[in-house]
Design a protein around this ligand. Sequence first.
Ligand SMILES: [Zn+2]
Length: 153
Amino acid sequence: MAQTLLEMAKELVTELIRVHHLSPNDAQSLLSSTHAALQSLHHAEASSTAATSSQTHTEGVSVSADWKRSISKHSVTCLECGSSFRQLSARHLRVHDLDPRSYRAKYGIPNTQPLSSRQATARRRELAQQIRPWEQAASKRNNARAKRAANTR
Ligand SMILES: [Zn+2]
């Protein structure tokens, strides 16, 4: 602020004295009440600025939550055109001159987030778990081999 509140109040009151021919005593009380009024206005302004900035902050959060909303249980919504899919394919993203990598970058979607409906993701996870016994057997064999190798040392 270029002017202090006191300077603004003084100017206002000086103007009032000029126009209304206030007595010095009245001017004194008017000065302090004007200053108080300006101060409360300034506080209101400051707190509304704070409210605005906190709202901006909330908006920032909601932007990052947008992609979360785009992925529901049964579908994933393309944030470019609003179409719903079970899985957002690279082929569809090419329509928007994007690929899964640039699409994620554009909307702040983590690389760990699959671009498919939560159900499809869960199904894939299930399938992966069904496959896992084989992997476990394989890794057990590897561990046993490693142990034998350690024992012969
Ligand atoms: Zn699209």
